[in-house]
Design a protein around this ligand. Structure first.
Ligand SMILES: [Zn+2]
Length: 219
């Protein structure tokens, strides 16, 4: 596994008899065939064309956001088989949704981003201030410039801070639940999932220096 540049020979010619299915965002198996100058995709077999995701606007943007995160991370490390598996499973679960359920696809995206941060070693730490390491007070404040939790004392004078108490509560809950189907079925408030998405976006930007473009439309 890893990011690969491949040539899907003949696939782009409309009307060609051997015209392959190279629609973006599909899960497929193939046999790579190396030639002198490039590697060809041969014997492609679609495992899932992710039809539902493509038909649903909300899910599509979230699916794209997950792919975008992995694609950017691959620039640093392309041996992340667990991440590819998680991406594939998340896409398949998202594709099983037959209605364009924005809230449900948000939850798949959040769970994937939490997994990804944990894998990359950048899980959110709600126990210590990232500046003085002391335990924070009742209200949890996030410092988007520092990319971590800050206590109220260290937050003084810092401009890019926001209250993440609600988001933190939901993240702790989501981290405890391994079953994605249970998470999808649970009725979390849209305000809270929105706050979590916004926090994760800031955290990913600050710690991994990855700005997710596709997130701009909905976070
Ligand atoms: Zn502090």
């Amino acid at each position: 596994m890893g990011k690969k540049n491949l040539l899907a020979k003949g696939a782009c010619k409309p009307g060609a008899k051997l015209c392959g299915f190279t629609d973006s965002l599909s899960i497929l198996n193939y046999a790579p065939k190396a030639t002198r100058s490039f590697t060809l995709i041969t014997q492609p077999k679609i495992i899932s064309p992710l039809f539902h995701i493509k038909q649903m606007g909300a899910s599509f943007f979230r699916a794209y956001s997950m792919c975008e995160l992995v694609l950017r991370a691959v620039e640093f490390d392309d041996k992340m088989s667990q991440v590819y598996d998680a991406l594939k499973n998340s896409l398949i679960i998202m594709d099983l949704m037959t209605a364009d359920d924005e809230a449900a696809s948000d939850k798949v995206l959040i769970k994937f981003q939490l997994f990804f941060l944990d894998y990359a070693g950048f899980s959110l730490n709600f126990d210590n201030c990232c500046h003085c390491a002391k335990r924070p007070g009742e209200i949890l404040i996030y410092d988007a410039d520092a990319g971590g939790l800050t206590c109220s004392r260290c937050a003084i004078g810092r401009r890019n801070t926001f209250d993440i108490s609600g988001a933190a509560e939901l993240i702790v809950e989501l981290n405890k639940e391994a079953d994605l189907n249970k998470i999808i079925a649970a009725g979390y408030s849209l305000n809270k999932t929105g706050a979590v998405l916004s926090l994760l976006k800031s955290h990913i930007k600050a710690n991994l220096n990855i700005s997710l473009n596709s997130g701009q439309g909905f976070v």
